[in-house]
Design a protein around this ligand. Structure first.
Ligand code: DC
Length: 233
């Protein structure tokens, strides 16, 4: 059976469960999973190391120049079973998941030169199909021709609770209020920035998962993809 390998876009708000689901779907379909949030987080870490971003300000022009020295790459880790992000050769998968990075990432992700560089990389990765990519602008900008597009969302309170549990599980002490505040702020910056704001693609399937289990969402996504595969067969 020689079936076409589709591209699947998974967009949505912060902590809407995108990554977990996109990862599970990729594994089930034997597709490649690409976490574009990890790329923006790694770019933020790079800007932090270069001292070009604070929690309130980013030095746009200096960062644009420095980007030539930023090399991002995903490498498969057989131990974890996922591809992990590397910044200039170093695995930064853990380092990018801190509140320090979370507090600065929306500023860095709003810099047009950063988006241009990362979008080009992402489009190259999706060239041959068979990719599940999660982010904010995947269905609208990165892969407007993706055969399947999902837009995931949930109430801010549900998302903050999920994020808090993730942070606590990885040993990071944080308050619920701080997480909720950061999330609402990121929602606002991500949705109102001039370049590629978070926006639902017209042809995306919307999934509000406040009241759905992971299994229910996973089943729904797989069914949707398989239906599309049959339509295109
Ligand atoms: O999915 P995440 O929370 O790891 O993403 C981190 C940040 O990166 C988020 O605040 C928005 C930004 N982002 C983006 O602007 N475009 C993407 N395609 C993915 C993430």
């Amino acid at each position: 059976m020689n079936r076409k390998r589709l591209n699947v876009a998974v967009d949505g708000h912060s902590s809407s469960g995108k990554s977990t689901l996109a990862q599970q779907v990729a594994r089930a379909m034997h597709y490649m999973y690409i976490d574009t949030g990890a790329m923006y987080r790694a770019a933020t870490l790079f800007a932090m190391k270069e001292r070009l971003v604070t929690t309130t300000e980013v030095k746009t022009e200096a960062l644009e120049k420095a980007l030539d020295r930023m090399y991002l790459q995903f490498r498969f880790n057989p131990a974890s079973g996922v591809s992990e992000i590397h910044l200039n050769g170093t695995n930064v998968e853990r380092e990018i998941r801190t509140m320090e990075v979370a507090k600065r990432v929306s500023l860095v992700a709003a810099v047009p030169a950063v988006r241009k560089k990362l979008v080009t990389l992402q489009q190259r990765m999706a060239e041959d199909g068979g990719v599940v990519m999660d982010g904010r602008d995947i269905g609208t900008v990165v892969m407007p021709d993706a055969e399947v597009k999902f837009f995931l969302t949930a109430s801010p309170e549900v998302r903050a609770q999920r994020r808090l549990e993730e942070l606590v599980a990885s040993g990071k002490e944080t308050k619920y209020e701080e997480v909720l505040e950061n999330l609402l702020l990121r929602d606002r910056i991500d949705s109102t920035r001039a370049t590629s704001p978070l926006r639902q693609a017209d042809d995306a399937v919307v999934l509000d998962n406040s009241e759905l289990t992971l299994d229910e969402q996973f089943d729904f996504m797989l069914t949707t993809i398989r239906k599309r595969l049959e339509e295109l067969a």
